[in-house]
Design a protein around this ligand. Structure first.
Ligand code: ZN
Ligand code: ZN
Ligand code: ZN
Length: 207
């Protein structure tokens, strides 16, 4: 049983990278930037990943003083926001809610186990946030996106070509994806665009 290799792109240099090499790569790229910019600070490398599909992942450089609230906003903007649902960060299978005013330093200082995140308690999208490392580097923002997965290609259920639409979860059948040519076989109101996000096909999400 082998997991297919997951690729993504470094947001700093644009290079296509393998997920397993992503942390090493972005650290090196930030090091290159550090040579030109002296304003180094302690940062955390945080990976956000979909619980349902490991093909969806993001690497962030995060200032130790950044609050969970800022990460919430970044995740919504990049991946999740459909209609302003509630969200929550927690640890240990929902036993401990983490206040969004907490800083990343407070969350990971004495406990570097991953934390979990849920967006929307109804049609939930759930993520795991992993503390991958800490080092000194210059960031352009308190939370900076450093790398993200390449858009997965989903085959059309009719012809196998790259799909452009997916059925809304509520209406999913045996062939949830359709290409442009076969889009007419779907029910217009129930078709959503294929988006590079773990929220694709959920709650009218259009990116
Ligand atoms: Zn790079
Ligand atoms: Zn929604
Ligand atoms: Zn097709």
């Amino acid at each position: 049983m082998t997991t297919p290799t997951s690729y993504g792109f470094c947001q700093l240099c644009g290079e296509r990278i393998v997920k397993t090499a992503a942390s090493r790569h972005v650290k090196k790229c930030l090091g290159t930037r550090a040579n030109k910019d002296a304003s180094l600070s302690d940062i955390m490398l945080i990976r956000a990943q979909s619980k349902r599909s490991k093909r969806y992942w993001l690497y962030f450089g995060v200032s130790l003083h950044a609050q969970l609230d800022e990460m919430d906003r970044a995740l919504r903007r990049l991946w999740l926001e459909c209609c302003d649902h509630l969200s929550e960060f927690y640890r240990d299978k929902k036993r401990y809610t983490l206040a969004k005013s907490k800083t990343f330093d407070e969350v990971f200082h004495f406990d570097d186990r991953p934390i979990e995140y849920i967006y929307d308690y109804g049609s939930s999208t759930e993520l795991t946030l992993t503390h991958v490392g800490e080092f000194r580097a210059p960031l352009s923002d308190t939370i900076e996106l450093l790398a993200r997965n390449e858009a997965p290609v989903w085959p059309c259920g009719v012809c196998g070509e790259a799909a452009a639409y997916v059925w809304d979860t509520a209406a999913r059948d045996q062939r949830p994806f359709l290409c442009e040519e076969h889009a007419h076989l779907g029910d217009g109101d129930m078709m959503l665009p294929v988006i590079n996000s773990p929220r694709m096909g959920v709650c009218g999400y259009t990116g």
